[in-house]
Design a protein. Structure first.
Length: 313
């Protein structure tokens, strides 16, 4: 089933070239169907690249999805044309009165800054608090996962001495869980971050459960026990070239970055990058949309009280 996106969104051409089924607003207006309504709060600098990555995953699901794009402020972006932002993005005031089936909050290049020092931290907290009453399920990615665990559950992160960058092996810690259906016992996922949550603190929190972890990269998938919040510590949405682009960007800025681990063939940055996480990323988002959004959300989004979170087995 398609993802419904705004007419003329730049991501449409890329996705159509990859045979990802997307549908314009004009075409979708003639469909008589109750699609899933998903809001994306995009905090990444290159908005268009991140839109394309997330829409690629949403477009591989069997559900029809309507997407709204949300920005954290209306200041001009260094990496995205202002015309694009004004045309395709909404401000929070435009959506705060609405309910959504799902919300995705992206990562952000803020890994070494204290949360309270982030200029838009109050806005982030406001949107997270709003989501707990207006969204069936929230998917937090990377920096947003750390921010959500801190704000909602009081867990603190640890700043790393070196950026954790690479593709790491993860294992399921639960065998029979809807989110993990179809997963192999071990799977790959990329990470790119300057901080890490304490795995034992998460395990001991009565409202949280760890579903997947890595010996090298720590906690990866963490789910709240009411199934409303899913925290993904890495970047399953990344395309093959993203870690390479980040590595060469950091080199150009004189940051002396480590070579992303387990990413280039023979760990040689002059060699080909190997993508080993795309199937996992698609399955993760499909399972989230199906079991934690579609299966739980009320048919009438105006009645969020009809949603009854269930305990997974």
């Amino acid at each position: 089933m398609p993802v419904k996106i705004p007419d003329h969104l730049p991501a449409a051409g890329v996705l159509e070239s990859e045979n990802i089924f997307v549908m314009s607003e004009t075409r979708a207006a003639n469909q008589d169907i109750r699609p899933m309504k998903v809001l994306i709060l995009n905090l990444m600098p290159n908005k268009i690249e991140t839109e394309t990555q997330l829409l690629r995953l949403l477009g591989n699901t069997p559900l029809q999805v309507d997407v709204d794009l949300l920005r954290i402020h209306d200041k001009e972006s260094k990496h995205t044309p202002i015309d694009h932002m004004n045309t395709f993005y909404r401000d929070f005031e435009d959506v705060r009165h609405k309910n959504y089936d799902g919300l995705i909050i992206t990562g952000a290049p803020l890994g070494q800054i204290d949360f309270e020092d982030v200029v838009y931290w109050d806005h982030i907290r406001e949107i997270i608090d709003w989501s707990q009453a207006h969204v069936t399920s929230v998917l937090f990615l990377c920096w947003a996962a750390h921010a959500g665990l801190y704000h909602l559950y009081g867990l603190h992160r640890k700043i790393l001495q070196q950026k954790r960058s690479g593709v790491f092996v993860h294992r399921r810690t639960c065998q029979h869980f809807p989110l993990l259906r179809g997963f192999d016992d071990e799977f790959f996922a990329p990470h790119s971050r300057f901080a890490e949550m304490d795995l034992e603190e998460i395990r001991q929190h009565p409202q949280l459960q760890v579903l997947a972890e890595s010996a090298e990269a720590g906690a990866y998938l963490v789910l709240s026990r009411n199934n409303r919040n899913l925290f993904v510590m890495g970047h399953p949405e990344y395309q093959k070239s993203t870690l390479n682009d980040e590595y060469h960007r950091d080199l150009a800025q004189g940051l002396n970055p480590n070579v992303p681990q387990n990413y280039y063939r023979n760990n040689d940055p002059e060699a080909e990058a190997i993508a080993r996480w795309h199937s996992h990323g698609s399955l993760l988002v499909s399972n989230w949309l199906n079991y934690y959004v579609y299966q739980l959300t009320p048919y009438d989004l105006s009645d969020m009280t009809a949603m009854t979170p269930w305990e997974s087995r």
